[in-house]
Write a protein that binds this ligand. Structure first.
Ligand SMILES: *Cc1c(COP(=O)(O)O)cnc(C)c1O
Length: 333
């Protein structure tokens, strides 16, 4: 495998319990009269309640330590799973952690925000800027006070972070063995693009025929690069970082924009049904913002026949359940 030599040489700080399990979801499959459904349990990566960012942070924190940083700076929404896992990763490494969080300071701490505070992060409230726009200004102030900040971009989605999902694809391929060829679709929530880009690059050396179906969970804002463009760019940059001679074109990308509903973090019937079905039939907790929406998308793709009864689909559970508590009022109505 062309990429793995460089991947194995990259600086990496072990943070997660890997490999995460793959489990079948027979009751959900039966209920839907549909394909065999497997789930990759990255909600169980183990770092302070787990999630997909742990994989990216292993490489990002490895790089931060190699560069001699003493504090990491990142940003996201107030209930960001990425920020909570970054706070935990920084704690493990003995580094400071500053978070730029969207919105205003709420009256009560809950969910990921509560956990970020318990994990020792310093929080900066940044109003409408919920995608880490304030990171550079925070770094300037830290540098001015003699600190050595390391920037972790929104969602941990640069080429170094995405390498975590190249590694994840290798992990899954080894784990499934010959069964890997039976997996016709891998379905997951896509938001800052690192998971999607890393899986795309990871699929190249193994030659897997699996279709990667990203479910976009956030509305596109005009004037920005679209998520699809960003994923293709990032896949290219990640392949280059790993010395892999491969270019990615629009035809390589499946990103479904039709399940964003009323926008980021706005819970509708689709998310409520997916969360409740998965909980009651399989005893597995999804999250309201990402995996609930992505599972809602998968259920729809099965019901409308795009994924057929003879297919085998793997749902990549990317974590997020701490946010359930922050959305309690909208979940059970
Ligand atoms: C961040 C996140 C995602 C999306 O991953 P990206 O790499 O940002 O696209 C999906 N699910 C959960 C629970 C997340 O926290």
């Amino acid at each position: 495998m062309a990429d793995t030599a460089i991947l194995d040489r990259m600086a990496r700080k072990r943070l997660g319990f890997l490999p995460t399990p793959v489990v079948p979801l027979p009751a959900l499959s039966k209920h839907l009269g549909g394909p065999a459904i497997l789930m990759k349990r990255d909600d169980q990566t183990g770092l302070a309640l787990g999630g997909n960012k742990t994989r990216k942070l292993e490489f990002l924190l490895g790089d931060a330590i190699a560069k001699g940083a003493d504090v990491v700076v990142t940003g996201g929404a107030a209930q960001s799973n990425h920020c909570r896992q970054t706070a935990a990763a920084a704690a493990v490494c003995g580094l400071g952690c500053h978070l730029a969080l969207g919105g205003e300071e709420p009256a009560a701490l809950n969910g990921n925000l509560l956990l970020g505070r318990l994990l020792g992060a310093t929080i900066h409230w940044s109003g409408a800027r919920r995608k880490g726009e304030d990171i550079p200004a925070i770094c300037d102030r830290l540098r001015a006070s003699g600190r050595k900040p390391y920037i972790i971009p929104y969602g941990g989605s640069n080429a170094i972070g995405a390498a975590g999902f190249v590694e994840a694809m290798r992990e899954l391929t080894l784990q499934l063995g010959p069964e890997a060829d039976r997996v016709s679709h891998i379905v997951f929530a896509s938001s800052s693009g690192g998971t999607h880009a890393g899986l795309m690059v990871g699929k190249v050396p193994g030659g897997l025929g699996t279709r990667l179906v990203g479910i976009n969970i956030d509305k596109e804002e005009s004037g920005e690069m679209t998520l699809g463009e960003h994923i293709l760019d990032l896949a290219g940059a990640t392949a280059t970082l790993l010395g892999l001679d491969h270019t990615f074109a629009g035809a390589d990308l499946i990103l479904r924009d039709d399940y964003v509903g009323a926008g980021y973090g706005v819970i509708g019937d689709r998310e409520r049904e997916a969360i409740s079905l998965t909980a009651r039939l399989e005893g597995i907790l999804l999250d309201p913002v990402y995996t609930g929406r992505a599972m809602g998308g998968l259920i729809d793709l099965i019901r409308n026949g795009e994924i057929g009864p003879r297919d085998t689909v793997l749902f990549w559970h990317t974590g997020g359940s701490p946010a359930l508590f922050a959305h309690a009022g909208e979940l059970v109505i």
